[in-house]
Design a protein around this ligand. Structure first.
Ligand SMILES: Cc1cc2nc3c(=O)[nH]c(=O)nc-3n(C[C@H](O)[C@H](O)[C@H](O)COP(=O)(O)OP(=O)(O)OC[C@H]3O[C@@H](n4cnc5c(N)ncnc54)[C@H](O)[C@@H]3O)c2cc1C
Length: 380
């Protein structure tokens, strides 16, 4: 008897891309896209709130440039991160991080060249300076910037880290799209130290995956604390600017599919309404149908002073408090560095102003919300 293969981190499913479309419009300063991936035949299932892990390959032009800088043959066999070996080109494409360098590579370059600046940066007390120096620099910069550092291909490979899968919040409900998983992906592209740079996985999906052709290795990463309320009547407040919108598209699809009666309030934010309003038609029709009870948007660059989702929360503090009193769950997804902190502060503030709590009592109140799983975050 044969059993179906189980697809997981060790054995990702080679999925096919069904749909790839732009979400941001021409003229946007962002590049955000919608992907629909087939899980047909994988046996993979997911719940809304889960993430899809994608195992990318590196940019082929960058890999070629590194091989040229090494002066190596692409066919030279090199060790793989854990066991086995592969030709250099394949290993640099599939197995190793060839963008952000790690300390081992920098130390090896410093040792081979005796470069005083690099050697000093590696001193323990210079860690902040090293981090600053590394910002926007990649492996190729070390190879081109320090040509006296010569590496054997196998020696070089051992100085690199293992390429890791990237997580993307699932943007669909499997009940609405059986056999499919949808993602909302922002392409990471920037210019630093005189070169154009690309995020590995986001540009793999955006630039190098062909519809119905490329095998995209994926597996489902189950979430352990980002779930819609078990009671379909419980109200939900969702704050998801930028790609933070992804799981809330899934939450709303799920609630529609199961006929949940609970109220749903979405806060969405981006730079400009005309260019960056992700899934505008879908959310506006949800509002018409009554799947969404409220939809509040914050487009930071549409007026002179910046307006963010947390500002919309402040304007609606009394109503948010009313929903919380009715048992609403409060969700946040997206940027961890700033947005999630500002939203958290706005939440604390409205508990004080609308709930009549002191600052300390608001802290306790929010802690209890978290404990009761009524305040959930998926931030990155
Ligand atoms: C639970 C979870 C859910 C997520 N969901 C989503 C989602 O729904 N959609 C989505 O798009 N992403 C999501 N992400 C983020 C996603 O996993 C990746 O981190 C993102 O796509 C970037 O990966 P990458 O491989 O393209 O870039 P990488 O190759 O990892 O490059 C990113 C790195 O580039 C460097 N860098 C970036 N910008 C600059 C700059 N301006 N100057 C200098 N250096 C810079 C930084 O070192 C940064 O760490 C999620 C992450 C987590 C943990």
């Amino acid at each position: 008897m044969t059993t179906d293969p189980v697809y997981n981190r060790k054995n990702p499913f080679p999925a096919k891309l069904l749909v790839h479309r732009m979400l941001t419009k021409e003229g946007s300063l962002k590049d955000t896209r919608h992907f629909e991936i087939s899980l047909e035949g994988s046996g993979l299932e997911y719940e809304v709130g889960d993430a899809l892990a994608v195992c990318p390959t590196n940019c082929p032009e960058l890999v070629d440039e590194i091989i040229t800088a090494l002066g190596a043959s692409p066919d030279t066999m090199v060790p793989l991160p854990k066991e086995g070996e592969a030709p250099l080109k394949e290993a640099l494409t599939k197995n190793y991080v060839v963008t952000q360098p790690n300390g081992k590579l920098i130390a090896a370059v410093a040792e081979k060249t005796g470069d005083a600046e690099l050697t000093a940066l590696l001193e323990k007390e210079n860690k902040p300076k090293l981090t600053e120096w590394l910002w926007g620099r990649e492996v190729i910069d070390l190879l081109l910037g320090y040509p006296d550092a010569k590496f054997e291909p196998a020696e070089f490979a051992l100085l690199l880290r293992k390429l890791q899968p990237r997580l993307y919040s699932i943007a669909s409900s499997i009940k609405a799209h059986p056999g499919e998983v949808h993602l909302t992906v922002a392409a990471v592209r920037y210019h630093s130290h005189g070169r154009d740079r690309k995020g590995v996985c986001s540009t793999y999906l955006c630039d190098r995956v062909d519809i119905n052709s490329t095998d995209v290795p994926v597996f489902v990463q189950t979430s352990h604390g980002f779930r819609i309320p078990t009671n379909p009547d419980t109200p939900m407040i969702m704050v998801g600017p930028g790609t933070g919108i992804a799981p809330f598209r899934a939450f709303l699809e799920e609630r529609k599919a199961i006929g949940a009666q609970g109220k749903n309030w979405l806060f969405f934010g981006e730079q400009r309404r005309d260019f960056d309003y992700l899934y505008q038609e879908e959310f506006e029709s949800y509002l018409e149908e009554g799947v969404l009870t409220r939809l509040d948007t914050a487009f930071s660059r549409d007026q002179e002073h910046k307006i963010y989702v947390q500002d919309r929360m402040k304007e609606n503090a009394a109503e948010i408090w009313k929903w919380l009193e009715q048992g609403a769950h409060f969700y946040v997804c997206g940027d961890a560095a700033r947005m999630a902190k500002d939203v958290d502060a706005a939440l604390h503030k409205l508990v004080e102003t609308e709930g009549g709590r002191s600052e300390e009592e608001a802290v306790v109140f929010v802690k209890q919300l978290r404990k009761a799983k009524r305040y959930q975050r998926d931030v990155y």
